[in-house]
Design a protein around this ligand. Structure first.
Ligand code: APR
Length: 321
C-alpha cells in the first residue's frame, strides 16, 4: 500500500494540532502549508523532534510553497482568520473569502484529485466558495462542523447526566452558526433517550425540558464561549479532532456515519446548498447522504437554519465571490 498524504492549508492553531494528531496516529505523511515564512517549518521541526518520544514514523514537512501539496489524498483547510471576541462568524466573510479563493485556485492546480475538508469559517460559505472555484465534484468537497457541534452537545449531556461521554450519541444538523439544530429526540445514552434519563433524574418533565433547552443553547453558542475565554483565537483542539475523525474514515474507508457540511441535491428538501447532515464517509469522500425523518418542530428549525445558510451564501455572492 502506498503511503497516504494529507496536506494542511493553514499552519495556525488548528493546523498545528491536525499535524500532531496525524503524526501521532501515523495516519499519513503531512505537509503543513502557510503563507507566513518559517512558521510551518518551525512547527514541523518541533513536531518531528517529538517523534522518538511518541514513537511515530512518517514524513512531515512544513512549506510556503504550494507545489509541495501535489499528490495529496486529503487536503484540510484552516487558512483564514479566526473570530475575535464579540465578532460573529459572518463578520469574517470577506477576509476569509479572499483567502479561500487563493487556496481553492492553488489546491485545484496542485492537488486536483484530493478530497477536501474545509474548516475555515464562516464554514458553510467557505465550503461553497471552495467548490465553486475548484469545480471539484461535491462528494470530494465538504466541511467540518457537525462532528464538533455534536461532540459539544454530547459533552454537555455527559456532564449533566454524570455518565461517560463515550456512551452519548448526539447529532447536530444544519448550518454551523447560531441556527444549528441539535436533535433532542435522537440524543441517546447507548440507546436510552436522553430525555428519559433527564426526566428520571429530576422526576419533573418541565425541569428536564429546561435543562435540555439550556444544553441546546450552550451547544449553539459553544464556539463563542471558547472565544470569550481564550481572548485571542478560537477553538482548536476540538475542531482538529473532528476533522481527523472524518479524514480517518476516508483513509481507512470506514464508512462512518458522521454529520458533515455536505452539498444537498434535494435531500432534506434542500437543493443546491451545503448544509450539515449525516453522511457516510469512505474512500470516495461522501458516499451517501443519510436522510432521517424530522417532526414538524425539527423541520421548522432545519428550515430556519437552511435559510441562514442561504442568506450567508447570497451575501457572499453579492460581495462578488
Ligand atoms: N493561505 C494559507 N494560509 C493562510 C492564508 C492563506 N492565504 N491566510 C492566512 N493563513 C494562515 C495564517 O497565517 C494562520 O497561520 O491561516 C492560519 C490560521 O490559523 P489561526 O489564525 O491560528 O486560526 P485557527 O485557530 O487555526 O482557525 C482557522 O478555522 O475554525 C476556523 O474560525 C476558524 O476560520 C478559522 C480557521
Amino acid at each position: 500500500m502506498s503511503r497516504k498524504k494529507i496536506s494542511l492549508i493553514g499552519g495556525g492553531q488548528i493546523g498545528g494540532v491536525l499535524a500532531q494528531l496525524i503524526a501521532q496516529r501515523e495516519l499519513a505523511d503531512v505537509v503543513l502549508f502557510d503563507i507566513v515564512p518559517d512558521l510551518p517549518q518551525g512547527k514541523i521541526l518541533d513536531l518531528a523532534e517529538a517523534s522518538r518520544i511518541d514513537n511515530f514514523d512518517g514524513k512531515l514537512s512544513g512549506t510556503n510553497n504550494y507545489e509541495d501539496i501535489s499528490g495529496s489524498d486529503i487536503v484540510i483547510i484552516t487558512a483564514g482568520l479566526p473570530r475575535k471576541p464579540g465578532m460573529s462568524r459572518d463578520d469574517l466573510l470577506v477576509t476569509n473569502a479572499n483567502i479561500m479563493k487563493s487556496v481553492a485556485e492553488n489546491v485545484s492546480k496542485y492537488a486536483p484529485n484530493s478530497i477536501v475538508i474545509v474548516i475555515s469559517n464562516p464554514l458553510d460559505a467557505m465550503v461553497t466558495l471552495f467548490q465553486k472555484i475548484s469545480g471539484f465534484p461535491n462528494h470530494r468537497v465538504f466541511g467540518q462542523a457537525g462532528v464538533l457541534d455534536s461532540s459539544r452537545f454530547a459533552t454537555f449531556i455527559a456532564w449533566e447526566l454524570g455518565v461517560s461521554v463515550k456512551d452519548i450519541n448526539a447529532l447536530v444538523l444544519g448550518g454551523h452558526g447560531d441556527t444549528m439544530v441539535p436533535l433532542i429526540r435522537y440524543a441517546n445514552v447507548n440507546g436510552i433517550p436522553v430525555m428519559e434519563m433527564l426526566e428520571r433524574k429530576y422526576n419533573d418533565k418541565q425541569k428536564a425540558e429546561e435543562v435540555m433547552t439550556a444544553m441546546v443553547e450552550r451547544t449553539k453558542m459553544a464556539g463563542g464561549e471558547v472565544v470569550k475565554l481564550l481572548k485571542t483565537g478560537s477553538a482548536f483542539y476540538s475542531p482538529a479532532s473532528a476533522a481527523i475523525s472524518m479524514a480517518e474514515s476516508i483513509l481507512k474507508d470506514e464508512k462512518r456515519v458522521l454529520p458533515v457540511c455536505a452539498y444537498l441535491n434535494g435531500e432534506f428538501g434542500v437543493n443546491g446548498y451545503y448544509v450539515g447532515v449525516p453522511a457516510i464517509l469512505g474512500s470516495n469522500g461522501i458516499e451517501k447522504i443519510v436522510e432521517l425523518s424530522l417532526n414538524e418542530t425539527e423541520q421548522g428549525l432545519m428550515n430556519n437554519s437552511v435559510k441562514a445558510v442561504k442568506e450567508l451564501v447570497e451575501d457572499m455572492t453579492r460581495l462578488g465571490f
